[in-house]
Design a protein around this ligand. Sequence first.
Ligand code: HEM
Length: 253
Amino acid sequence: MFRRDTKASARKIRGLITQLTSERTDAIAAGTAPDDLATKIMTTADPETGERFETEEMVDQVAIFFLAGHETSASALAWALYLMARYPEWQDKLAQEAKQLTHGDFGLVSKLRVSRDVFRETLRLYPPVPMMVRENTCPEQFRERDVKRGSQIVVSPWHLHRHERLWDNPDGFDPSRWATENGKQCQRDAFIPFSAGSRVCTGAGFAMVEGPLILSRILRDFRVKITDEKPPVPVAHLTVRSKDGIRLRVVRR
Ligand code: HEM
């Protein structure tokens, strides 16, 4: 059951998306729609059935992107800023790096190595999607135990990312780990913030540009500091949120 104000917010968001989508449907019909991703998604036919998205289906797609693409990135950025407030020496490194990025020069994003490593370390310690649930379609064996067909299996990035038999200093914040042998090995075998396999996050590449870039831009201009309030307590909702929010002091650099 959802709270009444949650339902009202959901209705409002859906209303806005419906309005945008209907406008686009009309523009496509009139031949005036821009040649962008939304138009492509709405006009491309399924190669097998020849069907296209109805407006309502497109609204669902956009709503999923809104949740999958916004809520997750927002959670990661909030935890990244908290970690930067806790580790000011890394914050300074990041600010230093950010000064290299001149306005509008997206080519430089690949040079934001510190920002990327900090963002990656945030995804390790606070994976926005802390667990994924799957149902097995055939009998399986896990660690010599039989798992019946149709069982619910929880795959947990949260646990895997802090596994003490795999990671050096598993609970510590150390963005430089990604350059170490252990870090590289674990990145391949034990790091799944975007899931893996056929349902891997379709926005992973985008998120790894957007996250470090936004973090870099914020810390170029602002300093974040810990407040006297209690440290944030992570809780698993749909994404990893802090129980009572994350409170930081923000001052201009
Ligand atoms: C830090 C940011 C992000 C994280 C940690 C993240 C994580 C994930 C994870 C773990 C899944 C798999 C969920 C499951 O199967 O149970 C997923 C799926 C998905 N993500 Fe992301 N995501 C992020 C950003 C984005 C962005 C920016 C977009 C779009 C622009 C996006 C679009 C999607 C979509 C469409 C799916 C469903 C894919 C499918 O089932 O085929 N995500 N994401």
